[in-house]
Design a binder for this molecule. Structure first.
Ligand SMILES: CC(C)(COP(=O)(O)OP(=O)(O)OC[C@H]1O[C@@H](n2cnc3c(N)ncnc32)[C@H](O)[C@@H]1OP(=O)(O)O)[C@@H](O)C(=O)NCCC(=O)NCCS
Length: 222
């Protein structure tokens, strides 16, 4: 049967909230999700120091109540706030996770591995904040999640540009963002205090036209 415009559209829509290994869910007001975010990204000093959570002017121990308010603040203010989950049944098996609901009664429960926010910057512009839980870092999930966010922003979200920032000492993030195709656009000098000194923040951006050109180049090479 010849493929119609509708088939073409459906084939893209079907994968709009997932990648090969990941599925993205909205961050709901659910205890299990908030506890995961608090444990992995507020109480883990390495992740907190590398990511620089909103409102954390300096590294600090944030009480759960205050963290909940901060999470609610950035989730409510975001253009889109997602929890990153593993898709694979085998990798998702987690007896603890299945004890509570995460938006569905259907087994298996997804395994939460990170959070990704698209923060509204106005004028068809969003910025990405991303954190992956320590045990799942360096397995390509960050790259996969950021590529998904760009796909969403430019294919579905009507965005013109997407920004992302990294502290100068976060060499993994800087390397990753450049290799994805973000262009370094500026440096906010000595804006982040960590480990006894002030550090620069690197600002990156990618435009819709640049992203579509990368997609075409990738399709041509396949
Ligand atoms: C930054 C982060 C989102 C990246 O996600 P991830 O799943 O760990 O990263 P990936 O596995 O997709 O990719 C990491 C890349 O950095 C490379 N890398 C790892 N450590 C590195 C280092 N010290 N210096 C330079 N590159 C490094 C890896 O080789 C990989 O590159 P490759 O894909 O070419 O092999 C995640 O590590 C994280 O949440 N870190 C803590 C919080 C944070 O830094 N958030 C970002 C704030 S800007």
């Amino acid at each position: 049967m010849p493929s119609s415009k509708m088939d073409h559209m459906i084939s893209h829509l079907q994968g709009a909230f997932e990648t090969d290994r990941l599925v993205f869910l909205p961050i709901e007001d659910e205890a299990q999700v908030k506890a995961f975010i608090y444990r992995e990204f507020f109480l883990d000093p390495v992740n907190a120091g590398l990511a620089g959570l909103p409102g954390h002017a300096t590294l600090q121990l944030c009480p759960q109540e205050r963290a909940r308010d901060m999470i609610n603040g950035y989730v409510n203010g975001a253009h889109m706030a997602t929890i990153i989950c593993l898709k694979s049944r085998q990798e998702s098996e987690d007896p603890q996770a299945s004890a509570d609901s995460i938006y569905s009664d259907d087994p298996p429960k997804p395994k939460l591995i990170g959070q990704l926010l698209l923060n509204d910057k106005g004028y068809s512009r969003v910025s990405i904040s991303i954190s992956i839980a320590s045990e799942h870092q360096n397995k390509g999930y960050g790259r996969e999640a950021i590529n998904w966010a760009l796909e969403w922003a430019f294919r579905w979200g009507a965005m013109n540009r997407v920004d992302i920032n990294a502290a100068s000492y976060n060499e993994r993030a800087v390397m990753l963002y450049q290799s994805i195709g973000f262009v370094e656009e500026g440096i906010i000098r000595k804006a982040l205090f960590m480990n006894g000194e002030f550090h620069n923040i690197h600002e990156f951006g990618i435009l819709a036209g640049e992203w579509w050109a990368l997609q075409r180049a990738q399709a041509d090479s396949e």
